[in-house]
Design a protein around this ligand. Sequence first.
Ligand code: NAD
Length: 346
Amino acid sequence: MDVFPLMQEGGVENLYFCQDRPSGLKAVIAIHNTALGPALGGTRFWNYSREEEVIRDAVRLARGMSYKSSVAGLNLGGGKGVIWGDPQNDKSQTLFNVYGRFIERLGGTYITAEDVGTTPQDMDWIAQETRWVLGTSSKGGDPSPYTARGVYQGIKAALEFVDGTPELKDKCIAIQGTGSVGSHLCRMLAREGAQLILCDLDDKACGLLCEETGASQVSPETIHAQECDVFAPCALGGVINENTIQELRCRIIAGGANNILASERHGDMLEEMGIVYVPDYVSNAGGVIFVAEQLHGLDRDRVAAKVDEIRQTCYNILSKAQSENIPTYRAADAIAEERMNKNREL
Ligand code: NAD
């Protein structure tokens, strides 16, 4: 694999490789764009099968963070750390200490936090070596309630755009994945009288949530094909793909998962099908807004107010897409790039 073409393609400024034989650490840190500020993005711990996947994921995720922070109006760039290993068996305090020392050497151009496969405990170990870490057990904790709040606002914006009212009562919403984000979202929507259809690989936990909220449960294989107003993917990326797209029976897609579209082509197809897609990195920015606030001392009311602005941001993106006759993901990218480019010129 050639690294420079990959960096150019992903638009990353820097790619750092870290290894430490005694602790077993193998990590890549990608810094995508620092035009708006230091690169913020979590550290993922994942058991990739090949080295190329580690690098590609770091680049792709770092880029996503730049766009997410830019559209959310944060003065932050995008970066991502990826540690290659099995999160069940390969973690240790030493490994995270060594990783923390690498981050310290970057002098604050990269600020890390939790991501898939890492926990506040892991951040505590990183914090023993560097101050460039957020999401430790003493600072803030779980961002998912704020992520869910942003997705809720994204759903309301889309309903208002399509129906002329953000009213949730009796709207049918299918949620894929009832983990941290999905379960918070479900409770918020249920409180306003939405009819919910849920699924999760964890049948039992999902069943309990259905009992609590009056939702109905379907199998994970059929959730995307439910007839509903809104399909909210809150599990994995790549959910809108070659196999699922023709089976969709929703009017709106707005969810918490990252990279909901398998490729940009699927965003173009949704546009042709008349399904309104709220770009994922816009509606799921509540988590990064919460984490970023920890840089200035956490004020939860200020975070909530900033997360609620996601509604207007989503509405503006949907309007821009309509007036310029472009898919919504392109409208969001254009807004993100404009802000980054303006700051770079300055
Ligand atoms: P989580 O692990 O708590 O929940 C994910 C849930 O999805 C789990 O319950 C899992 O069983 C379920 N799941 C996995 N595959 C599934 C499938 N095929 N069908 C149905 N259910 C399935 O994770 P989370 O923190 O809730 O994050 C959910 C998504 O949101 C992820 O894509 C994550 O990257 C994204 N995200 C999360 C945050 C956050 O603050 N936690 C912020 C931004 C984006």
